[in-house]
Each structure stands twice: as C-alpha cells, then as structure tokens.
Ligand binder design. Structure first.
Ligand code: NDP
Length: 474
C-alpha cells in the first residue's frame, strides 16, 4: 500500500510531525538527508512503525507516495529549503504539492510560490507552532497557498492539529506567504509576551526580593485567572524547577543571554515597512539583543556602578494585583499591535486575512495559546476590533480596568531601576493611541521651520507655513 503523504527532514519538528500524522492513521513516507537519522526515527516509532515507510533517496520517496503527492519539507529554514525544492522538481510530477512547514521568511515563501507557479507543482507555505510537543500531539497550523491546494490537504492537517474544544487549530489564511506571515507575527507576539513576563519576574526578584519558588507560585496563581496561558503556566514550572547538578533553582544557574532565530526581527522589519507601530514587539527584540551583549553590559555596570534595584515597599497583595493587571494590559497592547500589523499586511499583499480565524487557531497548540485569545476571537468575529483590538468593546472594558496598574508598575519599576522596556513601550503606545490631541503639532512646526514641509491648520483645508522669518530653512 502506498503512503498518502511524504515528509522530508526528521529533526525535532519533522520527526514529531511524522509520528503525529502516522498516529492519525495516515501512511507516511519519510526521508532525511542523513540516513542514520531515518533509521533511528523508524526504530523509535514503536507501534507506529507499520504506518511509516523509510526512504533513502528522493526517488524512493516519490515512488512510495500515491500521486498526487503531498510532501512536507521540515528542514532548516533558508537555503536548505530551496535545495530540497530544486531536488524535488526532478522527481515529482504534475499536481504534487510541496509544503514548506519550517519557519520560512514569508518573502521567501512568496518567491518560491511564484517560482513554482506554472511548473505543475503546487506550493504551500505552512507555519507550525507548538514546538516539539505541539508537533507530536497537535500544533497550530497556519496555511498559505491556493484554496484548492488547501482543500487537498485539509483533512490530514486538521486531523493532526491541536483542538480547542472540538475546533481544529488549522486553517487556510490566504494565498502564497499568508501562512508564514501569520506565523512570523505569532512569534513576534510571543517575543513580547515572554519579555513582559520576564520584566515582571525582574520586579518580583529584584524589587520585592522574592526567590524563584515564591515567584513561581505567584505565576501559578495568575495562571488560574485572567492571565491563564501556556507561557504563564510554563513560567511557573520553570521557576519551580531545581538544577540536578547544583541543587539550585534552574533559573539561577542560567546565563542571562537570550537567543533568537529571526522571526521576531522579521515581525519588526515588516511592521516598519508597513508603517504599523509594533513597539512592544520591537522592545522585546531589542531586549534580546541587549541581553546577548553580556560582556558589554558587565563593563557598563562597572562604569556606572550596580543599578542596585531599590526594594519596593508597601502592601504586597496590592502590588501583586497591580503586577498581574499590568501584565494583562501590556499583553493586550502587544496583541493589538500584532493584529494591526497583520491587518496592514493583509491589505498590502491582498491576503484578506481572516482575523477571527487567526485568533481561533491560536487558542490551542501554539506557544501563545491563552484564555484571552478566545475573547479576541469573539471580538474580531463581532467586528468590534476591525480598526484595532483596543477599540473592541470587551477590550475597552478590560483596558479601562487594567491600564492604571500598568502605569503604576512602569512608574515604580523606573523609579527603582528595574528595566521594563516592553511594558513601558506598551504603555506609551496605549497612551499615544488614546490621546485625541498629541504633540505632533510641534513636529510639524519643526519640519516646516527647517524644511518648509508645510502643516495643516486645525479646521482649515490646505497647506500652511509658519511665520519663521530669517533663520528658517536649511
Ligand atoms: P532540527 O535542527 O532538529 O532539524 C533540522 C533538520 O533539517 C534535520 O532533519 C536536518 O537533516 C535537516 N537539514 C538541515 N540542513 C539541511 C540541508 N542543507 N539539506 C537537507 N536537510 C537539511 O530543526 P527543527 O526540527 O527544530 O526545525 C525545523 C524547522 O522547523 C525550522 O525551519 C524551524 O525554524 C522550524 N520550527 C521549529 C520549531 C521548534 O520548536 N524547534 C517550532 C516551529 C518551527 P540532517 O539530519 O541531515 O542534519
């Protein structure tokens, strides 16, 4: 019996995705560049072995799958994907579907899509979130490609995806790069979410002098309330864990230098290209960059003296409540930015991105899954969030309750010297967004002064200049 689907790349994600597919009753043919990995994979597949066909060349892989063949590529993003596609062109035939499931830059996906159009092969760019565990037991799946090609793989992809209640967290989001773009923004939001959690951890650790275990309990408590989410849940677990080697809390033996693979940066670049502010995501990316220059930071600490975060005094229960609400408000602002970027891209690239669907397929399986995404799905579904999530009635109510806490926490943190770049960016965004009359009248005056750019007068049509006289211009 021939396999229904193929998969190339048996690394962390590919091997787990293959097991997930096999477990759902689909025969799958697999190939990996390094042969030993294929053998080890089949060996580890246990009772699923019977549903897996190991292949040792692309020819063998193509022969093992029933045409028209869907083939998932799950290799290192970038050049390896182009190499795989080029090699596949030699062995595949008309109507076969090549699915890139790695973390591709959506611009590469758009290029690959157009390169393959007219070749007889169909290309799908598919974002997969949920890490190893998600790939194995149900990821969130964001698909970009033609609607026809989606229909041909819908059954298997919805079967292996995460479920929120009974709804599959897999969906077709638009043509060419739509799926990978949405995955990129998912990751950008994930950066902001993680950074804001880390900032709150910093205040608890340095401002309140709490230990990891105690902080873990705070997060565990928050996970039962409005902040209920995967990231809060794992933060509590991480903080509770001890290092087997030293017996110390794991977080205390980990170097404070964060890695990144590019999706956060891409989110920010695209946001800038589209002219949509995504300041909380930007701050989170910048925080990772700053974290990575550890030596420079240590030298600066010597030069300026230890920041010596002052202890925050006052009613601890009230402070903890403020921290919870501050994180909640910051998170809403970050999501509002992420969705606004998607909305801008949707127009720019003619994707017609379905925002309610995106919020829905993020409710389970992916790293940013949370209680709040269900509320967002409702808000987008009801049309109230079509300009900005911050304008949806449910979110206006929540922000009205939570933003005073965000303000107090950002102010306190700044006073005591605990850096809160993402939370303060979120607050500044919110404040600027809600301010009916801002300060750009002065910017316009300056621009007119030095560059004769002109300005609009309140309540009048046309372009005007100021009475700058000599000395202006240049
Ligand atoms: P791994 O490092 O575990 O595996 C990489 C795979 O790519 C291996 O099968 C490797 O084959 C193959 N590979 C690398 N270079 C080439 C090449 N030049 N030609 C052919 N095959 C190659 O990676 P992951 O499984 O973690 O990631 C795979 C993709 O999924 C990436 O795009 C990643 O960004 C994305 N992703 C990862 C997530 C995660 O949590 N890890 C989450 C979501 C997406 P070989 O055995 O021969 O080295």
């Amino acid at each position: 019996e021939k396999a229904e689907i193929g998969l190339i790349g048996l690394g962390t994600m590919g091997s787990n995705l293959a097991l997930n597919i096999a477990e759902h009753g689909h025969h799958i043919a697999v190939f990996n560049r390094t042969r030993s990995r294929t053998d080890a994979f089949v060996e580890s597949a246990g009772s699923l072995k019977d549903s897996i066909v190991p292949c040792y060349s692309l020819e063998e892989l193509a022969a093992a799958i029933r045409p028209p063949r869907p083939i998932i590529i799950m290799v290192l993003a970038g050049k390896p994907v182009d190499e795989q596609i080029a090699a596949l062109r030699g062995v595949l035939s008309n109507n076969d579907i090549v699915i890139d499931a790695g973390n591709a830059n959506f611009r590469d996906t758009m290029r690959r899509f157009s390169e393959l159009s007219g070749s007889g092969l169909t290309f799908i760019g598919m974002g997969v979130s949920g890490g190893e565990e998600g790939a194995r037991h149900g990821p969130s799946i964001m698909v970009g490609g033609t609607e026809d090609s989606w229909k041909r793989v819908e059954k298997v992809l919805t079967a292996i995806s995460a479920k929120f209640k009974d709804e599959p967290c897999a969906a077709w989001l638009g043509t060419d790069g739509a799926g990978h773009f949405v995955k990129t923004i998912h990751n950008g939001i994930e950066y902001a979410d993680m950074q804001m959690i880390a900032e709150i951890y910093g205040i608890l650790r340095d401002g309140l002098g709490m230990g990891p275990k105690e902080i873990g309990k705070v997060f565990d408590g928050w996970n039962k309330g409005r902040l209920n989410s995967y990231l809060i849940e794992i933060t509590a677990k991480v903080l509770a864990a001890d290092d087997p080697k030293t017996g110390k809390p794991v977080v205390d033996i980990i170097l404070d230098r964060a890695g990144q693979k590019g999706t956060g940066k891409w989110s920010v670049i695209e946001a800038q290209q589209l002219g949509i502010p995504a300041t909380a995501i930007e701050a989170a990316v910048a925080a990772r960059v700053l974290s990575s220059i550890k030596d420079e930071r240590q030298a600066a600490e010597k030069a300026y003296g230890n920041i010596g975060v002052a202890k925050i005094s006052g009613d601890k229960a009230a402070l903890l409540k403020d921290l919870e609400l501050a994180l909640f408000a910051g998170k809403i602002a970050a999501y509002a930015q992420g969705f606004a970027v998607m909305s801008g891209a949707s127009k720019e690239f003619n994707w017609n991105l379905p925002m309610p669907t995106i919020a829905k397929i993020w409710r389970a399986g992916c790293i940013i899954r949370s209680q709040m995404l269900d509320t967002m799905a409702e808000a987008f579904g009801a049309g109230g969030a079509s300009t900005n999530l911050l304008m949806a009635p449910a979110f206006i109510t929540m922000m009205k309750e939570a933003h005073p806490s965000l303000r107090r926490i950002v102010a306190r943190a700044s006073e005591v010297g605990s850096p809160v770049p993402a939370l303060s960016s979120a607050l500044a965004y919110f404040d600027s967004y809600r301010q009916g009359r801002g300060t750009s009248n002065l910017i316009q005056a300056q621009r007119d002064f030095f560059g004769a750019h002109g300005f609009e007068r309140i309540g009048e049509q046309g372009a005007f200049h100021g009475p700058w006289g000599s000395g202006a211009g240049g």
